[in-house]
Design a protein around this ligand. Structure first.
Ligand SMILES: Cc1cc2nc3c(=O)[nH]c(=O)nc-3n(C[C@H](O)[C@H](O)[C@H](O)COP(=O)(O)O)c2cc1C
Ligand code: SF4
Length: 678
């Protein structure tokens, strides 16, 4: 297929110092959760991006030495010679597809944990380390320590060259680098040539860049990842002041500028809080200062926008971390004029949450991610099946659609029956809540793909009784009928139903279906015993409608789980700006009173309406009354109807169910594991 002329600029090669990127797609450095202990998984994940057309594929933050030990966060390592073969394999798997390989060398400084090595954490000054979970201070580096650090960095550069990397990064981003700690007036309290003035605070970064360039010596390009602004951070650098000064001071030194925002929550913002290209207002000045190529990020998925950024000289390379996770084949789909086949990132940050847990990343849009090596899954190749069968799927939510698409891709005949008059189930419903519109992408991608096939169809407004199912006569029936929010207060901290006549009890389903008193302004309590995003968006919707809302939760923090998606601070800010009231540590008791979990005091509220955001009940009645299983042999449950969870878990469940259907003898629990001693 020929590349549409309007996108040709995205496929022009670009010289980066001594190397040439084959196109403008740059898979930005990101850890994959595999760390250095599961290299085969990480390598296969990155090789898939190269196969999918990303012209440059970067490895995530790689610890340069034992005193930059992030464990138990699984990072890459290049501590000594023994690490080289692993990196060498990674480089060759990326290069196999004609892509450049890049490594991001980093030292965590005051963000290190050093829990494995037990070495002192080092930094510019003797201060508490920047991790509340580590009750330690950093050793203020003396000039000998600084020299040692430079030598360690040089040694890591030499090892990276031996491994064959095309681009070697100096990392000064996210406030996660010792170089950022030297630059920051918060953490640098020195009085010597490395402290005080801007010129002194940036000295170490400049020296490290010069060391790296000298060693690379034209055999690899040197990139600098630099956060030009730290929005909302007191004393943070700004793109109008020291962020800009730094770019001016180092302007022609690196072969490639990779610019972004700091900290990580500002860099990897979710779609609820930031639109595509959200970083450009901060980063687009860089091209006007340097003649060197510039790569930037901002959840880019729109080819037209990408082209305009290149043509208007805002960026030279389109960086993508999450877009490359959601669709490793995004570049080749643009190249082959298959724009409508792109699985666009929905900006939910479930990938980030997995990385934060320290496990291989998972993705709402791409259920095959991290299973490339373990299970041999490929995002674009159909699952293998023995014989062609006829399948009925009841429910067109994320699990039902993914299950249907995986079966249809394998050439099977698939019918989806949906009770409602629109497809999408929970994603269609949730997408109408404030800030969650991008959830529709989960539905849109799959509905479109199914609509392009002769062997699949979706019937809307089609309620299926047991008799209907029997008459339909398929080889398998899969229930993907979702789950219903509970009104009885059973949730993550309470396991006994609680009832009341004192209040009107509502659930998120009622709010999403607009079944709540909305004509007059009311007082609402939103009781969060779910702890993900839902209670906060329900509160936001009610506040937007002018109601008074008190957010109550038995836990000590707001939307506790959203710390894993990096959204918690943004949620609190948003709700505060809408003048919500917070009541933390209050739990509903059996008399439906709100009791403080610390001092047992009762909370008096005037509200008549309580929205309970707690557990959900699987909609599995068709299965649980036994009739279906007595009638049909091959019945499967999938998604929330099997186990209520995240949308990502539903999509993965739908995918797993389809693979189980395609190979009924397969053990879906089985996957290869990386063994150190065999
Ligand atoms: C799971 C995950 C892990 C990340 N790990 C790193 C990392 O190791 N080093 C780094 O510089 N940035 C890391 N990032 C940040 C990304 O490189 C990128 O700057 C950010 O996600 C914004 O780009 P995007 O909108 O294309 O995702 C990570 C991002 C994600 C989603
Ligand atoms: S998990 Fe969500 S944010 Fe991460 S890549 Fe997938 S769709 Fe995008």
């Amino acid at each position: 297929m020929t590349t549409p002329s309007q996108y040709k600029a995205l496929f022009a090669p670009l010289k980066i110092g001594p190397v040439t990127a084959p196109n403008r797609f740059f898979a930005s450095p990101h850890s994959t959760g595999h760390g250095w202990t599961e290299p085969k998984g990480a390598i296969a994940l990155r090789a898939m991006k190269a196969e999918g057309g990303w012209g440059t594929v970067a490895v995530g933050l790689t610890e340069i030495s034992p005193n930059s030990d992030y464990a138990n966060h699984p990072m890459e390592r290049i501590w000594d010679e023994k690490d080289i073969p692993r990196h060498h394999l990674q480089v060759s798997e990326i290069k196999k597809h004609g892509s450049l390989s890049a490594i991001e060398l980093g030292h965590g400084g005051m963000q290190s944990r050093n829990l494995t090595t037990g070495l002192p954490i080092i930094g510019p000054s003797n201060l508490s380390v920047l991790r509340p979970e580590i009750p330690s201070q950093s050793k203020a580096m003396d000039l000998t320590d600084i020299k040692l650090f430079r030598n360690e960095h040089k040694a890591a550069v030499k090892r990276s060259l031996k491994a064959g990397y095309d681009i070697i990064y100096v990392y000064a981003a996210h406030g996660l680098s010792i170089l950022s700690h030297f630059l920051s007036i918060d953490t640098n309290k020195r009085f010597d040539q490395y402290g005080g003035t801007f010129e002194n605070r940036i000295r170490l970064l400049k020296e490290i860049l010069e060391d790296t360039l000298e060693l690379a010596n034209g055999n690899a390009a040197v990139a600098l990842r630099f956060s030009v602004a730290e929005p909302n951070k007191p004393n943070g650098i700004s793109h109008e002041e020291e962020g800009r000064d730094a770019v001016e001071a180092l302007s022609e030194l690196p072969d490639l500028w990779d610019v972004n925002l700091s900290g990580w929550p500002k860099d990897s913002q979710t779609s609820r809080f930031a639109d595509e290209a959200y970083q450009l207002d901060y980063t687009n000045f860089v091209k006007s200062i340097t003649s060197k190529p510039v790569v930037g990020v901002g959840r880019f998925t729109s080819p037209d926008l990408m082209v305009s950024l290149i043509k208007n000289r805002k960026l030279d390379l389109i960086g993508g971390a999450r877009p490359s996770i959601a669709d490793p084949f995004l570049p080749s789909k643009i190249k082959n004029n298959q724009i409508e086949n792109i699985r666009e990132c929905i900006g939910c940050n479930v990938c980030v949450s997995m990385d934060a847990y320290g496990v291989p990343v998972k993705c709402t849009q791409n259920p095959t991610i991290s299973e490339e090596w373990r299970k041999g899954w490929h995002p674009e190749m159909p699952a293998i099946s023995r014989k062609k069968e006829k399948h009925l799927i009841i429910g067109s939510g994320p699990a039902g659609l993914e299950c249907a698409l995986t079966l249809a891709n394998a050439g099977h005949d698939v019918t989806v029956a949906e009770t409602r008059n629109e497809p999408g189930g929970r994603v269609a419903q949730e997408a109408r809540l404030p800030g969650l519109n991008a959830w529709n992408r989960v539905k849109d991608y799959r509905v479109y793909q199914l609509s392009q096939k002769n062997n699949s169809r979706i019937f809307l407004s089609s309620h299926m009784s047991i008799n209907d199912i029997k008459e339909f006569g398929s080889d398998t029936v899969t229930l993907a009928t979702g789950a219903t929010w509970r009104a009885d207060c059973v949730g993550s901290t309470n396991f006994e139903p609680i009832e009341t006549k004192k209040y009107t009890i509502l659930t998120p389903d009622d709010i999403m279906l607009e079944k709540f008193p909305n004509s007059t302004l009311n007082q609402f309590i939103v009781y969060d015993d779910d702890h993900n995003y839902m209670a906060s968006v329900i509160a936001e919707k009610l506040l937007n409608n002018g109601h008074n809302v008190t957010y109550v939760t038995p836990l000590p923090t707001v939307s506790t789980w959203t710390q894993y998606t990096l959204e918690q601070a943004a949620i609190i800010e948003r709700l505060k700006s809408l003048e919500i009231k917070f009541a933390l540590n209050y739990k509903i008791n059996q008399n439906f009173e709100l009791i403080n979990t610390i001092d047992n005091k009762k909370l008096k509220l005037t509200s008549e309406h309580v929205v309970i955001v707690g557990g959900r009940i699987p909609n599995d009645q068709l299965f649980s009354d036994g009739q279906l299983i007595n009638t049909i042999q091959n019945v499967f449950l999938t998604g929330d109807c099997l186990v209520p969870g995240t949308i990502q878990a539903s999509v993965l469940s739908g995918h797993q169910t389809a693979r189980k259907i395609l190979d009924r003898d397969a053990d879906i629990l089985y996957s290869k594991r990386e063994q150190t001693i065999q």
